[in-house]
Design a protein around this ligand. Sequence first.
Ligand code: 26Y
Length: 818
Amino acid sequence: MRDNVFNKKVFIKSVKENLMTQYRKDLSTASNQEIFQAVCISVKDVIMDEWLATQQTFAREQPKTVYYLSMEFLMGRALGNILLNLSAYDEVAEALQELGLDINAIEDEEPDPALGNGGLGRLAACFLDSLATLGYAACGCGIRYRYGMFKQQIIDGFQIEVPDNWLEHGYPFELRRPEYRYEVKFGGHVEQEVDENGKLSFVQKDYRSVWAIPHDMPIVGYKNNLIDTLIIWDAEAKEVFSLDSFDKGDYQKAVEEEMLARNLVDVLYPNDNHVAGKELRLKQQYFFVSASIQRAIERFKQKNDNLMDMPKKIVFQMNDTHPTVAVAELMRILLDDEHLEWDEAWEITTHCVAYTNHTIMAEALEKWPIEIFERLLPRVYQIIDEINRRFVLEVQARYPGNDEKIRKMAILYDGQVRMAHLAIVAGYSINGVAKLHTEILKKQELRDFYEMFPDKFNNKTNGITQRRFLGHGNRLLAKWVTDKVGDKWYTDLSVLKELTDYADNPKAQEEFMEIKHKNKVRLAKYIKEHNGIDVDTNSIFDVQVKRLHEYKRQLLNILHVMYLYNVIKENPDVDIYPRTFIFGAKAAAGYETAKKTIKLINNVAEVINNDSSINGKIKVVFIEDYKVSNAEMIFAAADVSEQISTASKEASGTGNMKFMLNGAITLGTLDGANVEMYDEVGADNIFIFGMSADEVIEHEKRHDYNPIDYYNNDPQIKKVLNQLIDGTYSANDRELFRTLYNALLHDKEADKYFILADFRSYAKAQQKVNRYYQDKNSWAKSAILNVANAGKFSSDRTIQEYVDDIWHLDKVKIDNTG
Ligand code: 26Y
């Protein structure tokens, strides 16, 4: 079947037919968007067959299934990735070429499904790719936001947020399945009833409810005929609203339900690592979690009659605390709908749910006011109250008379529900996302819990899918790698180690740098088209792309650029190899400091790029609307990867791994997964600078850091900081960047992220980069060694560890003969 459709001739015919049936057009009149849709329909044909075969195999073999519960799935475009995983990319590219079409232009017609903010959402997407490829039964569960992550426009240097209407033209790969809907209830109150057996039961009354309608997205495994499913839930009103068919009470209710359904899944909250505490977000959480759990239990019951067997067949992995209400919802269904005893329900729940922590940043820890929780989810709240009551008894038994422990560990405290505590108490596994991060969790943030439940804690260092971020994003390097070591790396990234043999080989080095250059030309073209800036493709491409956050320290990077510019101005003959500093970052809409940093980067770019006296030695580019699709191209073109977070703050990072895989050399702190990258690649092939996590934590404990000292004692630092408020980068407006200046020197927690403390060490590392790049062979060798040692950072490795240590899934083989 598959061979047939992707036979060039057959494929072309099928695309033409689709154009005719869908649009009554032929190739000469169809737009690229219409051709894109037509191509997708042809591809979908193949997918449908394999998808069905997979689901039939699952139904027959009943493998244990992981339900990956996540508020975010940052999928990126599907078409190219699906073609790659079906091993049809080249055929389709050639077929399109015969029609005079460039496959890249057709791929560009697909909107990025951006149902996520950043790292956590993209990790979920990589995990699904690996789960399908490794042959496991997995179901991603999330929300079908009508508007995903906003599109970013830069106007006059400022970030402007534009709604992301990704469903505008319809999304070709989703399948709406209204027949599998579930009801989700909000509000009202709980009444106790005695049933016919004299048993007490709890019933939610006077609630408002909506339908959760699943939309399935295919997750295509790499060349294994297996297709897993990502379910994204849409909300619909229960009744079609009609003005005259209700009495007064019903009318009110119908209006409320209509409004509830309409707003519920409207938009993704664009906050990364920062809680806004909006009630609607809690509604979103409960909505998709309740629907997903109802679905999992119903599927389980179709083939099993003993609920106590659930942990053998189902695991719910909670992607951070966002879906943690799952704990109470599972309990509620088991208690109220399935009529189990508390102890039975708790036994099942605590063997079915597991929790991944992605951050230690205090402002990202989810706490909900009890008042909201109780009003919105009255029965669920009762259950949390009971879980808390029992847990507090346990703590008291373990630490008699120690009220401090209860204050620190209770789930309900100070009028709030602490979601992480609920996740930890109920979860049978708690994992961090890089070694350093997990150690910090155990020793600092979650120390009390680690002491009480040491066996629950484990590390799962993050990973990325090589299929998208090398196979699709960097076709030239992918081919080079395959020429050198074969194509096994697509499913076993550890074979990249064999590239080590080529690191010293001058011919291989030259080929490698040639490929890097071509990728730089491709990015330069994109920059020219989008920014109107000419960049020197022989300059060092020094890249920092990630969400904008103070702890990620984009400010350190741009302050260093300002410093370099001063150095060049003062000493025009200074040895500086041409460098292009490339930034890409979205700031949360309400995050003022972050937005100011974007403005600063753009203003610095404006001044430096237009100063002909520096002969184009340095340039600064801010790439608008950083997203998965342009990220793939950016990683491929990078020479230097900036991973410069304050040590201890970046739980793992995953962009760092994508750069490494594409042969960029990391300039970074010993934070998150950088530590493990350092271990893999060795000190000679990575530029490390700055304070260690222990040092940072010590200073934070002692409150003894004083950035003013750096300002007073280092004239070059002083000069750069003064330039924030002397109008150099603000057309003489001395106020524009004063908040940034004050944040570094005068605010209560001045320079909270130790930018000035790390500045000199960073500048020194940058100087090393400058020198090292001029030794072309050494640079090429190090770059190749980065690729060669990136094997550990495949999400296939990560997923296999989750399977072995936490999920215990069964491997499934899909027979494609039928
Ligand atoms: C608003 C709120 C509760 C919230 C929303 C999004 C809190 C956190 C987030 C997102 C967090 C996130 O993306 N964390 C990142 O997870 C990556 C994958 O594990 C890590 O690599 C990265 O270091 C971490 O910042």
